[in-house]
Design a protein. Structure first.
Length: 417
């Protein structure tokens, strides 16, 4: 089934009775060539690119819940390529290019909206740091514009520019940054993988990883044992737990990150705005809700919900930056589990077990990485070689201390990222 404008029109006029399910609901087979554990954005995109780029279709994606129930459907949907360090910047640049062709590629409307992202700065020192970051982005081939205070005012007239603690000095505009509809990204990749023969199996939790003589043989699941020649662990907030099934202890702590949405409002905020000093960021969804969030809850947890101190902190930061937000009613808040690495950068690597691969550590920035992560992980799983754009994401950097990718300069303390 292909989506076309004509088809949408026809279905609209005939009661929308012709739409088919977007993916099948197959029972698990006894054996696959490749098993991907985790049906989040990264697991689904890995399966999609394995099938599309390498013609591998004897693949199952095993998801313990439902597609879109994890972080891929819980994030605040920001897509950007504004990283500073070599190792990160080429990866996110690769990802943004994939985003830009994604809807045509998947034949699916993921509502990718390049509305521009503005990172605010509040001191001369911060301006210098953002100028350097902008230059690094331009060197990488991406776009960046350093705005002075009046430049920011033209785009975001509703901000409080004269806050005594954080007066706004300017901002770094990343015009190609923006948002996408998060669950549509999961659905689009699921549909694309399914159309190429991948089995997407929901309600199938992996409970064990079978290893013999240092080689992976398959997985144990709540729906029986499944043999596999290769297994990819792509479970985001559960990375530490699932890797432990293979005897691995990862340099990862799982932390809660919350987000919030208001009632639907008329268009008010055109961009994604990031207020790093106050730990607050915001955009407006196509339905009109103001979608915003802040920092981690600052304690390790596997609960997909947050606690009140961070709610208070985020609301305070929002009021500081744009007092007008005080008039909006918050409709919902929710939380997701972030797999935080010590340097804030991810891991895409082989493991010490033959045939077992690891994709994790996306911290609170893995939504924008979904296309490139799947693309590079598929390359690794299919060919055994590291994709150039993800060559820096090796696990051993935490053992040796070399080639750490400490993007935010916050060191090894997880909760400072
Ligand atoms: C509030 C919030 C805001 C965020 N905002 C942004 C943002 O604006 N931009 C951005 O780039 N990133 C953002 N992120 C981060 C981003 O959502 C994550 O980094 C990314 O989604 C993680 O990858 P994933 O999609 O594969 O994870 P998930 O969707 O969590 O996928 C992992 C899947 O593995 C499954 N699983 C776990 N254990 C097992 C098992 N034993 N067996 C089978 N399946 C299993 C889980 O059920 C889950 O579905 C945000 C996250 C949160 C929570």
């Amino acid at each position: 089934m292909r989506f076309t404008g004509l088809r949408v029109l026809k279905e609209g006029l005939t009661g929308n009775r012709g739409w088919a399910h977007h993916w099948r609901d197959p029972a698990p087979k006894a054996e696959y060539g490749i098993v991907i554990i985790g049906g989040g954005g990264h697991g689904l995109s890995t399966a999609y690119y394995l099938a599309r780029e390498y013609g591998l279709t004897n693949i199952a994606v095993l998801e313990k819940g439902y597609i879109g129930g994890g972080n891929v459907g819980r994030n605040t949907t920001i897509v950007r390529a504004n990283y500073f360090l070599q190792g990160n910047s080429e990866f996110y640049s690769h990802s943004l290019k994939l985003w830009e062709g994604l809807e045509a590629d998947l034949n699916y409307n993921v509502m990718h909206s390049q509305r521009g992202l503005i990172n605010l700065f509040h001191s001369d020192g911060q301006r210098d740091a953002f100028a350097r970051r902008g230059n690094a982005m331009i060197n990488q081939g991406d776009d960046a514009v350093l705005l002075d205070r009046e430049g920011v005012r033209k785009h975001l007239p509703y901000l409080d520019f004269d806050n005594t603690r954080f007066p706004i000095y300017g901002g770094l505009l990343h015009p190609r940054g923006g948002t996408a509809r998060h669950d549509a990204v999961a659905w689009g990749y699921a549909r694309g993988a399914d159309q190429r023969g991948v089995d997407i199996i929901q309600n199938c939790e992996v409970t064990g990883i079978d290893i013999e003589n240092g080689t992976v043989k398959g997985v144990q699941t709540t729906r029986g044992a499944i043999r596999a020649k290769k297994v990819g662990i792509v479970v985001a907030g559960r990375s530490g737990q699932v890797a432990a099934m293979a005897g691995m202890r990862l340099p990862i702590e799982s932390h809660v990150l919350q987000a919030f949405v208001t009632e639907g409002l008329k268009p008010a905020i055109d961009h994604v705005v990031s207020f790093g000093m106050g730990h607050f960021y915001i955009s407006q969804s196509d339905k009109g809700g103001l979608v915003f969030g802040g920092d981690l809850d600052f304690y390790a947890s596997y609960a997909q919900r947050g606690n009140l101190p961070m709610v208070e902190h985020v609301m305070e930061a929002g009021m500081t930056l744009m007092p007008m937000i005080g008039k909006a009613k918050v409709l919902r808040s929710w939380g997701g589990i972030m797999d935080m690495t010590p340097d804030g950068s991810p891991i895409i690597d082989k493991t010490g077990v033959d045939g077992l691969y690891l994709n994790c550590g996306w911290c609170y920035g893995g939504f924008k990485a979904v296309p490139a992560s799947g693309n590079c992980f598929a390359h690794l799983m299919a060919t055994g070689r590291f994709h150039g754009a993800a060559a820096g994401f090796r696990l051993d950097r935490f053992r040796t201390g070399r080639r750490l990718l400490d993007e935010e300069g916050t060191g090894a303390q997880h909760n400072l990222h």
